[in-house]
Design a protein around this ligand. Structure first.
Ligand SMILES: [Zn+2]
Ligand SMILES: [Zn+2]
Length: 344
């Protein structure tokens, strides 16, 4: 039989990790032990340290990362946003993380994912989440136009969740998963610099699920686990504005899905620079009747419910599949309005 070596532990371990995406420290260590056991079983004489100590683990991770270095990959440790648990994932160190999804998804599906990220990042009141209806609605806004059916879109969404790119809450809201936050951070920082600026005052990582100081003008925010630690060890007041804080996170103002209000998802938001970029290369596949001028604004009323003035072009009824497709065709004239309502 072929000879095995210590390298095989890395190989087996990587295979196991890659099939799981994000994993806890405990699971990662279990997979590590299993990989060692498997290799040792193949060759009794092979010398592999297997005391399972933290030092041994750290040394293994270090060697693994030396192997991954040439590929611009890293087996990275981080804290899960919701729980503060120690987690690991293989992450791409290049900031083209979305491009790497091309191995698993079609261009149209990746465009759908980017649209999801956009709606999640721009969701009002820092809810950093959207409903399934709002998610499915994005399909009709994709550029170039997508012929993805609603059922296909649901399958793709389920796959985003299964692959650990998105999270779906009990209430059915989609948000960015730990993996997405980890791997897409360079992309998020360059694309949504304002929205991503909500940094935890304790651990300095981005907060998309946590609490924010109830004082009107104060922007101090923390992860839930950072808040618990803070409350346990310090006085119950905001470290910046000294507003008295409740000791209970439920009574703090939420960041994340708890911040969503009824009607938030009734309209979609579009990043202003997206509009500009897309405006620059307004393309033929946008409308069938090419060569002609951009579609007239009368599109609004052509098949819509007739009640919508043009100014509302970016505010779309959730339940109007028909009405939704329209405003994506009239980007230029409505830009100003969209910008204005982006942060409302
Ligand atoms: Zn934190
Ligand atoms: Zn404060």
């Amino acid at each position: 039989m072929a000879a095995v070596s210590v390298k095989d532990v890395q190989r087996l371990f990587l295979q196991a990790v890659l099939s799981r995406g994000v994993l806890s420290l405990k699971l990662a260590q279990t997979l590590w032990v299993k990989s060692k056991v498997a290799v040792m079983a193949a060759d009794n004489n092979l010398e592999i340290a297997h005391a399972g100590t933290r030092d041994e683990w750290d040394a293994f991770v270090k060697r693994l990362n030396e192997s991954l270095d040439n590929l611009d990959l890293e087996f990275k440790q981080f804290q899960e946003e919701t729980t503060g648990r120690d987690m690991y994932a293989i992450v791409n160190r290049k900031d083209d993380a979305i491009a790497q999804m091309a191995t698993d998804y079609t261009a149209g599906e990746i465009a759908f994912f980017k649209a999801m990220v956009e709606q999640i990042m721009l969701a009002p009141h820092r809810s950093f989440s959207i409903t399934s209806l709002a998610a499915l609605r994005e399909v009709s806004h994709l550029k170039p136009k997508s012929n993805m059916s609603k059922t296909q879109a649901e399958v793709v969404l389920a796959s985003f969740v299964a692959q650990g790119w998105l999270m779906k809450s009990k209430r059915g809201r989609y948000s960015l998963s730990t993996r997405a936050l980890l791997e897409l951070m360079p992309y998020l920082k360059s694309t949504y610099p304002d929205e991503i600026a909500t940094e935890c005052i304790i651990c300095f990582e981005v907060v998309t699920k946590g609490v924010i100081c109830p004082a009107a003008k104060c922007q101090v925010c923390m992860h839930y686990h950072c808040f618990s630690k803070y409350i346990r060890t310090r006085r119950r007041e905001c470290p910046t504005c000294n507003t008295e804080w409740p000791g209970d996170q439920e009574r703090m103002n939420p960041i994340g899905e708890g911040a969503a209000r009824d009607g938030d998802d009734g309209r979609r938001r579009v990043r202003k620079t997206t509009e500009n970029e897309e405006g620059d290369d307004m393309d033929e596949d946008e409308d069938e009747d090419e060569d002609g001028p951009p579609p007239p604004r009368t599109q609004q009323s052509r098949k819509g419910k007739g009640k919508k003035p043009a100014e509302d072009s970016m505010e779309v009824d959730e339940d109007g599949d028909e009405a939704e497709e329209e405003d994506s065709d009239t980007p230029v004239k409505t830009q100003g309005k969209r910008r204005a309502s982006r942060r409302s």
